[in-house]
Design a protein around this ligand. Structure first.
Ligand SMILES: *Cc1c(COP(=O)(O)O)cnc(C)c1O
Length: 341
């Protein structure tokens, strides 16, 4: 298939409209059979549940062209089950998990000409989402929903290699105990916008959120989980019920243990101990791992020994192994790679 005439190497991380998107509607207690459409716009009633009470959830994943020219998606079954968890927490119907994976496959296949070529650094970002679509004025869940998936080609998150980030300890909270921090809901992002805009204004790349109850423990950033490496090369990631369970982070922990033979720990991480770590990274689908060089806690600087020039050595190995698995250069664990074609 002929590829789109796109300058793949210089793509940014923005929305580019592709040919087809998947749509399925939920009404009278059932999902319709779903279809691909060319129409990128959605017409909604002014009182739709999503517009009034933010009843919306989403997922994010990527399709890659592998070294041998196949098009693959990384662990879409985990996105399907996480979206089911998100739906239940917001009183939305679950889009069946097998149908979710099939719909991802259909959407990617229908936009094959937009899947960036191997070696370009670009990928096809896939965005499944679901929202309450019928009018709701009294506070209650909608009774009708739309599930959609669109895809958009995106460039490498870091052009010219990953430069370590400078982040600040935020005075805002991302998620309350027993709240919605563990699900992928639009509402978690709406309330993080002020914090990220003010972080950028003050010269920081990201916010480090602490646990809202005690403000002593590390949670995550607005859209990525933390991964630390200790001076004796153990991989540590914060454990908390209000962290979004990143698929990238879970995959990196597996890679650390099973491919690199490292010890891994998922446990509470206190802000006080961050100064003792050797490396720090942020994990998520968009960048896989973004190295952190400096963490600023109200004027007090914590400079990671890995420095401000490049990723720490263990972070680098984790990054190379996971991206190698995704791009087909390294053999993947059973079930991690869904081949589209
Ligand atoms: C999506 C998301 C992540 C990253 O999850 P991945 O599955 O690795 O992409 C981390 N934190 C938050 C708050 C998120 O919404």
């Amino acid at each position: 298939m002929e590829k789109q005439n796109i300058d793949w190497e210089n793509l940014g991380f923005g929305y580019i409209q592709t040919d087809k998107r998947y749509v399925s509607n939920y009404k009278d207690g059932t999902w319709d059979k779903g279809t691909l459409t060319s129409d990128a716009n959605i017409v909604l009633n002014e009182c739709a549940g999503v517009l009034q009470y933010a009843q919306t959830i989403f997922e994010g994943m990527k399709a890659y062209t592998t070294e041998d020219g196949r098009i693959v998606v990384f662990r879409p079954d985990l996105n399907a089950s996480r979206m089911a968890d998100s739906a239940k927490r917001l009183e939305m119907p679950v889009f069946p998990e097998e149908r979710f994976v099939e719909a991802v496959v259909e959407t990617v296949a229908a936009n094959e000409s937009f899947v960036p070529p191997y070696g370009s650094g670009a990928t096809l970002y896939i965005r499944p989402y679901m929202f309450g679509s019928n009018p709701v004025i009294g506070v209650k869940p909608a009774t009708e929903y739309q599930f959609r998936i669109f895809a958009t080609p995106v460039g490498p998150y870091f052009k010219g290699g990953a430069k370590p980030l400078t982040i600040r300890v935020s005075d805002f909270d991302r998620a309350a105990p027993h709240g919605t921090g563990h699900i992928k809901a639009g509402l978690n992002y709406a309330m993080s916008l002020h914090a990220i805009v003010s972080a950028h204004e003050e010269g920081y790349d990201e916010n480090m959120y602490l646990d809202a109850a005690t403000r002593t423990k590390v949670e995550e950033t607005g859209g990525a989980n933390f991964l630390f490496v200790t001076k004796d090369n153990k991989v540590v990631t914060p454990k908390s019920d209000s962290i979004l369970p990143s698929i990238t982070r879970r995959s990196l922990l597996y890679v650390a243990k099973e491919y690199l033979g490292l010890e891994v720990e998922e446990r509470e991480v206190y802000l006080d101990e961050v100064k003792d770590f050797a490396e720090c990274g942020l994990c998520g689908t968009a960048a896989v791992i973004s190295p952190v060089g400096k963490i600023v806690d109200h004027g007090k600087e914590i400079c990671l020994p890995s420095g401000m020039e490049k990723m720490g050595p263990t972070t680098q190995k984790l990054y190379e192994t996971l991206t190698g698995i995704q791009m087909g250069r390294i053999e993947a664990p059973e079930g991690w790679i869904k081949v589209i074609k």
